[in-house]
Design a protein around this ligand. Sequence first.
Ligand SMILES: Nc1ncnc2c1ncn2[C@@H]1O[C@H](COP(=O)(O)OP(=O)(O)O)[C@@H](O)[C@H]1O
Ligand SMILES: N[C@@H](CC(=O)OP(=O)(O)O)C(=O)O
Length: 476
Amino acid sequence: MGKIVVKFGGSNLKTPGDIKRSAAVAGAYRQNLVVVVSAFYGVTDLLTGAIGEALVSLDGIKEAMALIRKRHCGVIEQTIAGRDTAENTAAVIEGRMASLERLLTGIHYIGAVPDFTRDTILSYGERLSAPILTAVLEASGLAAREALPERIGLMTDGRFGNASADMDYSAPRIREALSGDFTFVVPGFYGTTGDGGTAVFGRGGSDYTAAVTARAIGAPSLDLWKDVDGFLSSDPRITGTSRTIPYLSYAEAAELAYFGAKILHPRTVEPLEDTAIPVRVMNVEKFAGEIHPYSIVGPEKGTIAAGADEAAESGSGHRQRIIKSVASSDDVGIIRIEGPGVGSRPGILARATGKLDAAGVNISSVITAQTCINLIFRRGDTEKALAVVKSESISGVVSVEALDDCAMVAAVGSGIRDSVGVGSRILGALADAAVNIILVQAGASPVAVYVIVRREDRERAVTAIHNAMGRIHEGT
Ligand SMILES: Nc1ncnc2c1ncn2[C@@H]1O[C@H](COP(=O)(O)OP(=O)(O)O)[C@@H](O)[C@H]1O
Ligand SMILES: N[C@@H](CC(=O)OP(=O)(O)O)C(=O)O
């Protein structure tokens, strides 16, 4: 059996005290672990800002570097008591800061940010947090070693900004590299490319690193330490009445993350789907010396391995709800291709999607009717998608228009597709809240129904569906 993989995210790494607490959490396992660590809170945003500053002025780079240095040196001063360890760690940080500064200076002089450089710069949040956490773990008595993705063979497909791991290449190498008698600290969020470069997994991507690592080493569990009571029935920043979900299937968690539940990177469960490795979601804010999972994500019940099943049952005195959680995102845009018969004429959809594919624009979803084809995108892609579709003169198309002030709200739960009346009750709840529905989609996923509404209606829609969840379950 491999080591448990434990992930600490930015939400756990805000202050020097938080970093000490993470070390205490790691110690509480009383065994060697693989610890995956994100950048300290806000540092990836600082790096994004630094890229913008670098394009404008050299002074901007100096200011950004000063902020990033202060953040990390402050943590070293307040968390590492031993002088030698503190000095050695500071030296590692200075070396990496110098590399980061060279990259920022480079983009200043070329006046552009190549994708591979952007990804390398963004990975510095994790390249700076990992040596510090390693030193703090060592200082707390653990035999800790940093394990950089490029050294352990975490290979990606090289899609900058949104890479995926090449599991066939990476798994045996990672397994071998992390097999020693140490607690290994792996910087999350990025992997390496065939030519030795860096590609990131997208924002929040350390969850995905942790899942890839757990899969590679056959971990008994993947423990994600967050700042809330596990996976909740809705985003607590929207509803304020969210409940903990004791157990979710991989499919439910994947759909919730896809539709915007920020607690999980959208592709976290991908590497785990054909395993029985449970994802246990913990609350670091409530840590009192014990490892206590609030939520467990695992295989669909009935196919759960014995250990996970037992864990899943604990704390689940609740009745099973059809809808377990509501997720939402305002990162949505729609292109409407209208004309009489567009839905039934052969070739129209293929022409539009072919052009979009050639232009590298990802389509999130397609919903068609006789007089209108609706293509759904991430909001940032909508403008480009509109230009691409408009550039093609397609016979039978009368108008092409974009709606980019939209939000997507999804209700997720196993059995949703096969339960009578759930859809109508969701729509009823939205009608009662006076939310106009622009589009609705049910049945594409066995576990999700989603609606697209105006962005200004997003919170009302989430709250309405969340409030109705109990009624939907009880069938009233
Ligand atoms: N359904 C949900 N369940 C739990 N948390 C959620 C949910 N939807 C959104 N969140 C938000 O996700 C946050 C945790 O995710 P994130 O900040 O990405 O953690 P980390 O940086 O540690 O990976 C919570 O603080 C919460 O506000
Ligand atoms: N540091 C990256 C990756 C990450 O996973 O962060 P977090 O675990 O804090 O969501 C980001 O901010 O996106």
